[in-house]
Design a protein around this ligand. Structure first.
Ligand code: ATP
Ligand code: MG
Length: 263
């Protein structure tokens, strides 16, 4: 696959839960090496779209290619790192912050050559530990690396889960509301980290309700409300007129909230 291969290509894609459609007729192409913000009201199908991309939800109809291949095969190949909106985690499990982030590397460890896996753990895993440490630094959690995850606040947990995704150093970073519930300094740190990752050539696809961050940082904005409402540069997509179109059929608070935040 070369850089011209789209990160995502969807053609007339439909998704449903129990025959109830949640995404209809999505046709879109997202290039690699760009930062795309996915914006839409609650229930618009944003998380469902990410579930299609990681292969945990099968399309009802249509086609979806990730880096030119099927979503499940790219996930298995380690090309997609994913941070869920609500992680199903055993937070009471006695595991440290550092080891939680290191679990992001497990899929890659399986690809280590046999000779490397036969080395003492400390040498065999050095690059995996380094990636985990760099990711912890990026979300400002290095000081709490030895702490059991059960002792973290909600915002700190979110930052650890983001570090676990960053540690995978995958070509595509799929982040479902990475900014929700974090304080302003952490948000600034996360945005600076994602900016660095994008500049290093990674593709970032981020669901967010944070319109000012999307406006400042994203290269592309994808507006969805079950169907594709628009796709293009932030200044065009986050206009009052486009946000009003996005809100059609949504709860009354969405349009008002969206426009007032964007103002
Ligand atoms: N596992 C599931 N089983 C059945 N219905 C589901 C499931 N997950 C989501 N849905 C439904 O699909 C629709 C889209 O949900 P989705 O989570 O994709 O929305 P979203 O845009 O991410 O919303 P939010 O902004 O609240 O996170 C909603 O109506 C939701 O109730
Ligand atoms: Mg969601």
């Amino acid at each position: 696959m070369d850089d011209a291969t789209p990160a995502l290509q969807a053609r007339q894609l439909y998704a449903a839960y129990h025959q109830q459609p949640v995404l209809e007729n999505l046709t879109l192409t997202l290039p690699q090496r760009q930062w795309t913000a996915i914006i839409g009201p609650n229930g618009a199908g944003k998380s469902s779209l990410l579930n299609l991309v990681i292969g945990s939800l099968a399309p009802l109809r249509g086609e979806l290619e990730v880096l030119g291949q099927s979503a499940p095969s790219q996930r298995r190949a380690g090309n997609i790192a994913y941070m869920a909106q609500q992680e199903r985690m055993e937070w009471d499990f006695p595991i440290s912050v550092r080891d939680t982030v290191l679990t992001g590397r497990y899929g890659l460890m399986r690809h280590d050559p046999l000779w490397q896996r036969l080395l003492p753990q400390r040498w065999a895993s050095a690059r995996h530990y380094q990636a985990a440490e760099a990711a912890l630094d990026a979300v400002d959690m290095a000081d709490l690396a030895a702490r059991p995850i059960g002792e973290l606040s909600g915002g700190q947990k979110k930052r650890v889960l983001l570090a676990r995704a960053l540690a995978q150093q995958a070509r595509i970073l799929l982040l479902d509301e990475p900014l929700a519930g974090v304080d302003p300094p952490s948000e600034a740190l996360i945005l600076a980290t994602l900016e660095r990752e994008r500049n290093a050539g990674r593709t970032i696809i981020m669901v967010t309700h944070d319109l000012p961050s999307a406006r400042c940082h994203a290269d592309n904005v994808l507006l969805i409300n079950r169907r594709l409402v628009g796709m293009g540069p932030p200044e065009a997509m986050l206009s009052d007129a486009m946000l009003a179109r996005l809100a059609v059929g949504s709860s009354p608070g969405f349009q008002q909230g969206g426009v007032s935040v964007a103002a």
